[in-house]
Write a protein that binds this ligand. Structure first.
Ligand code: GUN
Ligand code: FE
Length: 425
């Protein structure tokens, strides 16, 4: 049996708004499966090799539940347009390049490594419409040790001349891609209609049936931008609200992720809650693309499932620490816009959303629950000055805001050490 024993200031998020802290604690995994967090090493592990990180924070690694892999090279470029213009001007031409498989390999290898170095070990990710490049993306994620779901994007209308499939191509390529996915261990396929304007009714119907038949999860975009919502209403006059264009085709259930939901009103949010759909809040992207300020506090108060995403490259950072800080910022903007009436998201809540809430989509229990695969990172914040001796909770809060190059010292994903700063220098 392989034992992993990590010693440090162990902080986990077992529930929304609650942090569990064990100073000088031991996080133990057997064969990559968490056995517990202990204040003293249990007798049965006596003699085990301990990786002692001193006072550094031992944290859960992060889950990015929405990003666009092919857009990574254009991150923080072209941040001056609203969604629909931004897609046509920047995103679609960038994605069209992934017909070139050498280019795909180069970008995706780098992306996978950068995710791990930022402490992100679980993802739900959009590829482009290209089947082969999507497979390359999955290979590179798996090679780097990133786990999760990847979607070959479906888009058979309103794309660009070099970024659109026929309906038949989209269906056939999706089926072929699913065949090719069988051998992946850590990275699995996810049904991915880009968003309603990108997919004909025939394609949506096919994808809904495919997801149901094969028990596949689904990801898409919902109510991100007001022009988009108006367009969807024109395309589907029979649907009272945007979400119904997904529900109509069976793309609306407890294994569905919907990115953004900026403009989802109480009725749309109720439909998400009733179906168990997860809203993926991408606060940075919502600001970059001037989409709006999502009511993240209201979503949580109403009992909806909420996770966080970077939405690279609508979002301008690959770091989920930034995504968590942006979510807190969005809750503050929402409060200002609501006349000071709405509550804020605090650091413990944002941390829960960035870790445990995302992990929940993969069926993982929150925090470092015994029985779960080890997903962890070590964060060394010792180079920051302290105004007074900070508590671990205060240290974690500041780590959401202050980027510290090289502070992530080591990362474990699915039980395996996938990054070590010592080795990487
Ligand atoms: N809606 C449809 N496609 C996209 C995309 O690539 N990024 C974002 N942010 N929204 C979208
Ligand atoms: Fe997106």
């Amino acid at each position: 049996m392989a034992l992993t024993v990590l010693k440090g200031t162990i902080v986990s998020a077992p529930a929304l708004g609650r942090l569990e802290v064990v100073k000088g604690g031991y996080l133990v995994a057997e064969d990559g499966v968490v056995r517990g967090v202990f204040s003293a090493l249990p007798e049965r592990y006596a003699g085990a090799a301990v990786e002692d990180f001193g006072d550094a924070l031992v944290l859960q690694s992060l889950a990015d539940l929405h990003l666009h892999a092919p857009q990574y090279p254009m991150m923080a470029v072209g941040m001056d347009l609203p969604l629909l213009d931004w897609l046509n001007t920047y995103a679609f031409p960038t994605e069209a390049r992934y017909a070139d498989l050498d280019y795909a390999r180069e970008v995706y290898r780098r992306l996978a490594r950068d995710l791990v170095e930022n402490g992100t070990t679980r993802v739900c990710m959009f590829s482009s419409l290209h089947r082969q490049a999507t497979r390359i993306l999955m290979e590179e994620l798996e090679r780097a040790g990133v786990t999760g779901y990847v979607g070959k994007v479906n888009m058979d209308r309103n794309g660009a001349p070099d970024l659109q499939e026929t309906t038949e191509e989209s269906m056939a390529e999706t089926l072929r891609w699913l065949e090719e996915c069988r051998d992946f261990r850590l990275v699995k396929p996810m049904v991915t209609p880009r968003f309603t304007p990108s997919c004909t009714d025939e394609l949506m119907d096919f994808l809904g049936k495919l997801a149901a038949e094969r028990g596949l999860p689904v990801q898409s975009h919902l109510s991100e931008n007001r022009a988009e919502i108006a367009w969807v209403a024109e395309l589907h006059p029979d649907c009272g609200q945007y979400w119904e264009t997904y529900a109509k085709y069976g793309l609306w259930n407890a294994r569905t992720l919907m990115a953004h939901c900026v403009w989802s009103d109480e009725r749309e949010r109720r439909a998400m809650k009733d179906a168990g759909v997860t809203a993926v809040h991408c606060a940075d992207s919502n600001q970059v693309l001037c989409s709006g300020v999502a009511p993240v506090r209201a979503m949580l108060d109403e009992g909806m499932k909420v996770a966080l995403g970077t939405d690279v490259a609508g979002g301008s950072s690959l770091s989920m620490f930034d995504a968590a800080a942006a979510a807190i910022g969005a809750s503050k903007s929402r409060r200002i816009l609501d006349g000071g009436e709405t509550g804020l998201l605090n650091a413990a809540e944002a941390w829960y959303l960035a870790t445990s809430a995302g992990a929940a989509f993969f069926g993982a229990a929150p925090g470092f629950a015994p029985g779960g695969a080890l997903h962890a990172l070590v964060l060394d914040d010792s180079r920051l000055l302290q105004p007074h001796p900070l508590t671990p909770e205060e240290r974690l809060e500041r780590c959401l805001y202050v980027r510290q190059p090289g502070a992530v010292r080591a990362v474990w994903s699915a039980g395996r050490k996938v990054f070590s700063a010592e080795l990487s220098t």
